[in-house]
Write a protein that binds this ligand. Structure first.
Ligand code: GDP
Length: 197
């Protein structure tokens, strides 16, 4: 609830120039555009407008960094997966993202948000693989869970858990609804553990 906006970086390639020193704890939020990332950040921090929702697709997005306190930060990475983004730009973005995941030693966890109706697209898998390769734990968060009936929700969570089982304890899978608040205590519990290693 005390989360406050700290800084914006213009793009991921320059993120390290804007971030404070590589100390304390950082948790990154990533996901395809429209996955529900802004809504989840707002719901988890109990703030209406911390992360803006419904941005224009394709527009260059700032990377916003929020401070939980003096030592702990949340990093809102730009949504990925816009078809109209040129390939060269995608490659640049991927390289910079890979670098951030590999080099940032305070990065203690990555939340990969996916619409529960369309989980584990190629870029989501890539993001999860990169994080685990860099030995960063992942929370695969299946958003908009209120869009599915309970049985379909459970089935999807189980299917996704099975598909990610090879990653072992590095990856946890939970469902979440910003709208209804379901899954929030579990997610906060996981983030809390990452924040207090
Ligand atoms: P972002 O692009 O990943 O930041 O996604 P947003 O948070 O802006 O959400 C994209 C769209 O999904 C918006 O229209 C939101 O209202 C909707 N949305 C986000 N979270 C939920 C949720 O938990 N339930 C439902 N039903 N809709 C949601």
């Amino acid at each position: 609830r005390q989360t406050k906006f700290l800084i914006s970086a213009p793009d991921i390639a320059h993120l390290d120039q804007y971030l404070p020193g590589d100390v304390g704890v950082e948790i990154a939020f990533a996901g395809r555009s429209n996955a529900g990332k802004s809504s989840a950040l707002n719901a988890l921090t109990e703030q209406k407008n911390l992360a803006r929702t419904s941005k224009t697709p394709g527009r260059t997005q700032l990377i916003n960094v929020f401070a939980l306190d003096d030592d702990r930060r949340l990093v809102d990475l730009p949504g990925y997966g816009f078809a109209q983004v040129p390939l060269a730009m995608k490659k640049k973005w991927q390289a910079a993202l890979g670098e951030y995941l590999q080099k940032r030693s305070c990065l203690s966890g990555v939340v990969v948000l996916m619409d529960i109706r369309h989980p584990l697209k190629d870029l989501d898998m890539q993001m999860i693989e990169w994080a685990v390769m860099s030995e960063i734990p992942v929370l695969a968060l299946l958003t908009k869970a209120d869009k599915l009936a309970q049985s379909a929700k459970m089935k999807t969570v189980n299917d996704v858990r099975k598909k990610l089982a090879d990653f072992g304890d590095w990856v946890q899978v939970e469902s979440f609804s910003s709208l209804k608040g379901t899954g929030k205590p579990k997610v906060l519990g996981i983030l809390n553990k990452w924040c207090n290693p």
